[in-house]
Design a protein around this ligand. Structure first.
Ligand code: ZN
Length: 483
């Protein structure tokens, strides 16, 4: 069953379910635990390519990969009171070993601030050892009570990249927040994912943080999805663990921390944002297969055999230049059937080779994103493929950016803001006085969520008034319908 492009925008959830299943990316809903999905081989490769990129960016900036236990004892998890209040209703508990009750309940980690801080308190004694930047890529578990969604709202988040850093001062940690923001910018830019950066409001920051900066993107149905967060944790956790270090001036004090994470949602977005009737268009950066070669059989078997050899030769040339390629010479399927499946899998380029190409010593290359095709001499195939892959990467990014920018709408009129949000026409930015009460009231009257203060807008609000109370505005405030 195909889901049309109209639905890609309007009923995007249905479209995503269809693609994940039919393209054999992620099997969701059949595994007998709610909120947990299975990465299938093709999806697993996409995931691996995404992880390779984030690992590279973190390793280059002095982060070290670690692996902490999945289980966290109850007393450890409950050390920081705000933190546990934020997660209390979402924690899965292990209470038995075999038939015996455990002395101490063990939590399946919902995130790892507590266990990492606990261990750091043994490892780090002096400012001389700082900064410390750790990260791990693991499963975390959250008992979601809202409706679960494949890759977007899970009970087992299988691809949680959490970074945890430790610093001597508040300012050092604040600078680390900035570094993390730059790392995520580079990450999302390379993946062609457009984003908004907002400082979350007080009432919506991470449980146990000084402040939270979030990356959000807009999905085809104009609803917003959070795709990354960066938290300044201050001394909240180090104080809770009575973890002090020696500072430069000789005194003892609690060090400052940050943490920042991304998840499976990044992969959902990569599949979701560049779609059409035929399925997703994978960005060449993460596409497990960059090129598929489909031989078009001739009327006689001898020519067909020549075509297949010719296709193999072209495939070898691409492989030798490091381009992942599949030659689909399955005799049981028609070229049309093959086009359908490779389009559904989002392979960026298709090369068709038939009698005409064989005779003219050419190949016919077709783009998945625009369906533009062209004939090029066989000897130029590798060069042309490289050029087109680069072009697809840039064009996808540009198109996605345009989509996002067109959906961020500024208004000083509360009724208009309501209307835009109700009609799901996009994200709204309004002038705001900075008072939390006005922000919370705004959420109520618009029935939307405050994303926070935009950090990527430099609009002058000095002559505008708060959209709620009409007092002078101090900043913009972003609102959206969210996932
Ligand atoms: Zn106000």
């Amino acid at each position: 069953m195909k889901v049309s492009r109209e639905k890609w925008e309007k009923n995007f959830s249905e479209w995503l379910d269809w693609v994940l299943r039919e393209a054999e990316i992620y099997d969701y809903g059949r595994y007998p635990v709610k909120g947990m999905g299975v990465w299938m081989p093709y999806g697993f490769k996409i995931r691996q390519n995404v992880l390779q990129l984030i690992r590279k960016l973190l390793d280059e900036t002095g982060h070290e990969e670690v692996l902490f236990p999945l289980l966290i004892p109850e007393d450890l998890l409950k050390k920081e009171s705000e933190h546990i209040r934020g997660f209390e209703e979402e924690v899965y508990w292990v209470t038995k070993g075999g038939s015996q009750d455990l002395d101490v309940k063990l939590a399946l980690r919902p995130t790892s601030e507590t266990s990492i801080t606990f261990m750091e308190s043994f490892w780090v004694k002096s400012y001389k050892q700082l900064p410390k930047k750790y990260y791990q890529i693991v499963s975390v578990f959250r008992y979601e009570t809202k409706a679960t969604r494949p890759m977007m709202r899970l009970r087992e988040i299988t691809t949680f990249k959490e970074a945890h850093t430790l610093h001597e001062t508040y300012e050092d940690a604040a600078r680390q927040v900035d570094e993390a923001i730059n790392i995520y910018k580079a990450f999302f830019d390379e993946l062609g994912i457009p984003y908004m950066i907002s400082k979350r409001p007080e009432w919506d920051k991470f449980a146990g943080a000084e402040y939270t900066i979030a990356f959000d993107t807009i999905l085809p149905d104009s609803r917003v999805l959070q795709i990354g967060t960066v938290h300044h944790l201050g001394q909240h956790f180090t104080k809770a663990f009575d973890f002090k270090i020696q500072r430069k001036d000789g005194s003892l004090d609690y060090p400052h921390q940050t943490s920042y994470g991304i998840s499976d949602r990044v992969i959902a977005v990569l599949i979701a944002i560049n779609g059409d009737d035929h399925g997703p268009v994978l960005n060449p950066v993460i596409a497990p297969i960059k090129v598929v070669i489909v031989p078009i059989p001739a009327k006689d078997e001898e020519t067909t055999a020549k075509i297949i050899n010719y296709a193999k030769e072209v495939g070898e040339n691409l492989k030798n230049r490091g381009i992942t390629v599949v030659i689909d010479d399955d005799k049981e399927k028609t070229p049309g059937e093959k086009f359908y499946i490779w389009e559904l899998k989002g392979v960026p380029l298709r090369i068709e080779i038939g009698p005409k190409e064989l005779n003219n010593n050419t190949v016919y290359i077709k783009r998945r994103d625009t369906f533009e095709g062209k004939s090029v001499p066989k000897d130029n195939a590798v060069e042309e493929v490289n050029t087109l892959l680069e072009k697809i990467k840039n064009d996808l990014h540009e198109k996605a950016l345009k989509f996002l920018k067109a959906r961020i709408i500024y208004t000083e009129d509360l009724n208009e803001a309501k209307k835009i949000l109700e009609e799901r026409a996009g994200v709204v930015e309004v002038p705001w006085c900075g008072d939390n009460n006005c922000g919370l009231q705004l959420q109520d009257v618009t029935n939307a969520r405050v994303l926070g203060i935009p950090l990527d807008e430099d609009k002058d609000v000095s002559n505008t008034k708060c959209v709620m109370c009409k007092k002078p505005a101090k900043s913009l405030l972003r609102l959206a319908k969210t996932y």
